[in-house]
Design a protein around this ligand. Structure first.
Ligand SMILES: *Cc1c(COP(=O)(O)O)cnc(C)c1O
Length: 407
């Protein structure tokens, strides 16, 4: 460490109010006082040498565990060959990655970007442009749901059904409407001849790990079809095998017009993507949308290696099995707790709803060597990687049972 960095580190943490965090960073995150420096499989180590079982996975990003060999090798190979060329040229990895997605999902064409918010931004733009330029009907409204989360750009925070992410950012873009999930009357009323698309998560993840009810979703799809409204599914957290299918909407037998990906798509290399049906292709012709870094040779090397691993190793099925085991164990070991109100989820996206805020439980779990996160104030969220073993699940459940049964 250089002297300058040492001095900055020593002086840090004052204004941020977080021990040790440098004031050179804006305090946008309430960070835990743990500096993670190494990861392998389901485990991470901090700078003091302490080891943690990681049931956060970078928030559903490191779905193949930390530093997966096949993705690492693909990245190292690509780093030796070519980093960046711009989308003005053909990028073989990008074409391969797109073909892997279209061959294994309901999408017919893919656009690559760099994050989840950008993927949703692209989805909103594509839906509006299709309605306005291809169909020529002037539709622009996007209907979303209370408690949803769709990102932090101006359009995607506006799409998000949570007031706290919007505070102080007015004026917000126009053309967004929110309805409560599972309210058919509100849905009927919200979808009009101004509606371009309805956008939803199959499992509201940040909003508390709430899977959408199948009957409601089927009614919603039917209403969208009847009224010429596009369906956008946000698969950013639920995609890439996490819920027990490659994409969570497959559980429901539906085909969205547009769906978005990011988080687990590159195993930790930052990359996002939007997939859409054939008829939407012409709405995004040359010059309509773009991104300098979208789908670089490096990013799409990560996507290719990640998808090949997920598909060849049947990881969606593994996530379904391990998720079922984790949920069973949690229900069995927590069944006498009055503090635990519900254990729910899909695949390896699991929530434990508690009677009170879970902040202190997360900290206590860290003290026992387990990393978990929250989803809203009262829900503990578990997101182990898809290769997590039964032994690791047993260890996590034992720690959680010890903490939760004592309340
Ligand atoms: C994380 C997330 C986003 C935002 O993704 P970023 O990469 O942080 O921009 C959007 N939607 C859902 C469902 C997410 O979980």
């Amino acid at each position: 460490m250089s002297e300058a960095v040492k001095q900055a580190a020593a002086a840090g943490g004052q204004q941020n109010g977080q021990a040790g965090v440098t004031d050179a960073l804006l305090p946008t995150y309430a960070r835990f006082p743990i500096s993670l420096v190494k990861g392998e499989g389901s485990w991470v180590w901090d700078d003091q040498g302490a080891k943690y079982l990681d049931f956060v996975s970078g928030i559903a990003v490191t779905n193949l565990g930390h530093a997966p060999k096949r993705v690492k090798e693909a990245l190292v190979k690509q780093l030796d060959e070519l980093w960046h060329v711009s989308n003005l040229f053909r990028i073989p990895n990008q074409e391969d990655a797109a073909r892997l997605i279209t061959a294994n999902s309901s999408a017919d064409a893919v656009f690559f970007c760099n994050s989840g918010a950008e993927a949703n931004e692209a989805a909103i733009k594509l839906a509006r442009r299709y309605q306005q330029l291809v169909l020529g009907n002037g539709r622009y409204e996007i209907v979303t749901f209370a408690q949803s989360f769709h990102g932090r750009t101006l359009a995607t925070l506006t799409a998000t059904g949570q007031e706290k992410v919007k505070e102080g950012f007015a004026p917000l873009p126009e053309g967004f409407k929110y309805i409560p999930l599972h309210d058919l009357t509100a849905l009927e009323a919200a979808v009009t001849d101004k509606t371009a698309a309805v956008m939803l998560e199959i499992v509201q993840a940040e909003g508390g790990v709430l899977p959408v009810d199948p009957a409601y979703l089927h009614r919603l799809v039917k209403l969208c079809r009847e009224r010429g409204v596009l369906l956008i599914v946000d698969e950013i957290q639920t995609g890439m095998g996490r819920t027990g299918k490659l994409f969570a909407h497959e559980h429901y037998g539906i085909e969205p017009d547009i769906f978005t990906m990011a988080k687990g798509l590159g195993s930790g290399f930052p990359v996002g993507a939007m997939g859409c049906k054939e008829q939407l292709r012409e709405a995004f012709g040359p010059g309509s949308h773009g991104s300098t870094f979208g789908g670089t040779p490096i990013a799409t090397a990560a996507v290719k290696a990640t998808l090949e691993t997920v598909l060849e190793e049947n990881l969606p099925e593994r996530a379904a099995q391990q998720g079922e085991y984790l949920m069973e164990q949690l229900r069995a070991k927590l069944k006498h707790s009055d503090f635990v109100k519900d254990v729910r989820g899909l695949g390896l996206l699991i929530g434990i709803e508690c009677a009170e805020p879970v902040g202190s439980i997360i900290t206590e779990a860290q003290g026992k060597g387990l990393l978990v996160l929250s989803a809203g104030p009262n829900v503990l969220r578990l997101l182990p990687n898809l290769l997590v073993t039964k032994e690791e699940i047993d260890q996590a459940v034992a720690i959680l049972a010890e903490l939760l049964n004592g309340r």
